[in-house]
Design a protein around this ligand. Structure first.
Ligand SMILES: [Zn+2]
Length: 474
């Protein structure tokens, strides 16, 4: 049914927008925020929108409330005959690209909106604060507002920063950012100013770490996790002290259970005390990345020293225990407690506790090589241990071979191998392993334990297993 003539609307119902409005987005000229027209209209009650329509029209003459998102021309609210609403430019000269919006790329639209946002009152206020702060400090010279910056190398290339000045950090371009929705539009500027030997500094009007847009993070993380804000408080401070101050918000790293955790901090800092770097185009108050590296290094060192300590306690226990008697309750407890520490460290020990093949074989065999004398078995010479491992624990034969070489036992073995039995066995063993004899394939399950207890041997076994795996894939 076609709607004819006037439609009477329930004043308490929500207003309705026209279908497919030509101006689909408007900018709040005070805050610089963008608003979707359909949600703007359909989110308001009819009676309230009618009164708001009046004040929007009244504001046009002096301080327009809303503008077209694409051309920033002030707009007013119009109702169709069916009492559906839409926005119209206050000056309609056909220059607004919204008519041909479908031909614009997303980048074009963003660039237009970015330009529009710079017309907003909020943007002008930040810019003005930057100028006031810079002017208050006599160390700043040649402060220019919205003036072209012509490239020294390529005179055809130029930019127009919000504010520019010669400062203690050299020539600096300041860009005021509101919501930083348009970072990608302006990202190319970093290169421009770097090539100019100048610094680009982003200034925000405000910053709330708990309410960050993803695009604010684009600004935050490349700047060593620092955000710079010039607000009314810092501006007044700059004016009263004659030193350009700003507020820095930054993340402070802390170690929590071995990983970096951050908390936010902010402080007022003099512009001259910022650390500026032209290569990275950064200016920051707190060295987040340096601090986190330092913390991670310390954490690594303390983990390593804790590991060394645990490793040595396990070895001493193993060397000191009496393997003939099962051991009293306290011995058992001491061992279980060491194994518990190992698990807490994230190393899964082989199952079956102390008499497990893996533990016994590896500890007796490799520890004997390390100590250059039999450990855990009643042998007189190391060469006997080597024979025992090869015969009784073939899955650790390769680990034993590596250990004998790593701990420099070869001469000792030769001196106790008059019959050359070991020499022959070692040769046959090498050939068998090379031929892929499965009996000598190192035990995968005890690898974490081996790697922790004897890292040099463990790494070699791990590499061997990886290359075996790669070969079998062909
Ligand atoms: Zn427009």
């Amino acid at each position: 049914m076609a709607v004819q003539g006037n439609v009477t609307f329930d004043p308490l119902a929500f207003a309705e927008p026209v279908k497919d409005p030509e101006i689909s987005e408007i900018i709040d000229l005070e805050t610089g925020a963008f608003l979707d027209v359909v949600s703007f209209i359909s989110g308001r009650r009819y009676d309230r929108l009618i009164s708001e329509r009046m004040s929007i029209s009244e504001s046009l003459a002096n301080t327009p409330r809303y503008g077209c998102a694409l051309c920033a021309t002030p707009v007013y609210l119009v109702a169709s005959r069916e009492k559906r609403f839409f926005f119209r430019h206050s000056r309609e000269d056909g220059s607004c690209p919204s008519v041909t919006r479908s031909l614009l790329s997303r980048e074009d639209i963003k660039a237009l909106k970015y330009r529009g946002q710079r017309e907003s009152l909020a943007h002008r206020v930040v810019k003005e604060r930057i100028v006031r702060s810079l002017s208050a400090d006599p160390s700043n010279e040649k402060i220019l507002v919205e003036k072209h910056w012509r490239s020294i190398r390529e005179p055809a290339s130029r930019r127009q920063p919000d504010v520019q000045a010669i400062t203690v950090h050299g020539r600096v371009a300041f860009e005021a950012q509101l919501s930083t929705t348009f970072l990608d539009v302006v990202a190319g500027r970093r290169t421009f100013y770097r090539d100019e030997g100048a610094l680009l500094v982003w200034i925000m009007a405000e910053f709330d770490p708990n309410y960050r847009r993803l695009t604010t993070d684009d600004l935050l993380f490349p700047n060593n996790s620092n955000i710079l804000v010039v607000d009314e408080e810092t501006t007044v401070l700059s004016e009263s002290t004659g030193t350009f101050y700003l507020r820095a918000h930054f993340r402070v790293p802390e170690i929590d259970s071995g990983a970096i955790q951050d908390r936010w901090k902010s402080e007022i800092i003099a512009f001259r005390d910022l650390t500026a770097n032209l290569d990275t185009q950064t200016a920051w108050a707190f060295d987040y990345s340096g601090q986190s590296e330092q913390l991670l290094k310390q954490e690594k060192e303390s983990t390593e020293s804790r590991d060394d300590d645990l490793r040595e306690r396990i070895c001493s226990f193993w060397i000191g225990r009496n393997h003939h008697t099962p051991g009293g309750v306290s011995t058992e407890e001491a061992w279980l407690s060491l194994i518990g520490e190992l698990s807490a460290r994230g190393v899964t020990p082989p199952a079956n506790e102390r008499y497990d093949r893996a533990v016994t074989g590896l500890m007796n065999g490799i520890l004997s090589a390390r100590e250059k004398q039999p450990v855990g078995w009643d042998f007189k010479h190391l060469v006997e241990v080597a024979h025992r491992i090869c015969g009784g624990y073939p899955e650790h034969a390769l680990a034993m071979g590596f250990a004998l070489r790593i701990y420099g036992c070869e001469e000792l073995l030769v001196s106790r191998d008059k019959s050359k039995k070991w020499e022959k066995r070692a040769r046959l063993l090498k050939e068998a392993i090379r031929a892929g004899d499965q009996r000598y394939l190192p035990d995968q399950d005890s690898l974490p334990f081996l790697k922790f207890m004897f890292p040099e041997v463990g790494e070699k076994i791990e590499r061997f297993l990886a290359s075996r795996l790669a070969q079998s894939n062909f």
